[in-house]
Design a protein around this ligand. Structure first.
Ligand SMILES: [Zn+2]
Length: 155
């Protein structure tokens, strides 16, 4: 299929999607990773609109697939060869379903928080251990001084 025809076809699809209920779904869920807009508003710094416009732009994905179809195989770059091989084997794992890099930031923040909490817990545990040793020593000293005072006391 010549590129101009492909471009026209894609433009028609784009116009249809713009007017259909698919567009409504696309306003609440990312078409590429299927993650809901709520998740992006909650975790990602730039939000859902930025995500579907720049990270997972459906039209860029579509044009990339068209680009693969129209490009000479011998001129493929590494990523192009990889995706092309995946497509040949009907392997769609390259599609980031339920994955988005901008949400990873949230994950790493969460992991950092957990690490800090673990550090604090570890520090508290050490302090408690130190206090236990202190109490043991005090108890020992107390019992020693009691027995000393018993020995010294006159009968
Ligand atoms: Zn997405």
């Amino acid at each position: 299929m010549p590129f101009s025809v492909l471009f026209l076809t894609l433009s028609v699809i784009y116009a249809m999607v713009k007017r259909s209920s698919i567009q409504q779904d696309m306003n609440s869920t990312c078409f590429i990773c299927s993650i809901s807009s709520v998740e992006f508003q909650r975790i990602a710094k730039k939000g859902f609109e930025d995500h579907v416009k720049y990270d997972h732009n459906i039209w860029q994905y579509l044009f990339f697939l068209v680009h693969l179809k129209t490009k000479d195989r011998t001129e493929y770059t590494g990523p192009e060869s990889y995706v092309s091989e995946c497509l040949k084997e009907s392997n769609y794992s390259f599609f980031p379903v339920n994955r988005a890099l901008c949400l990873r930031q949230g994950e790493s923040d969460e992991n950092e928080r957990l690490e800090k909490l673990e550090e604090v817990a570890q520090m508290l545990l050490q302090k408690v251990n130190g206090m236990e040793e202190h109490i043991e020593k005090l108890t020992e000293l107390q019992s020693r001084s009691r027995s000393n005072s018993l020995m010294l006391s006159p009968m």
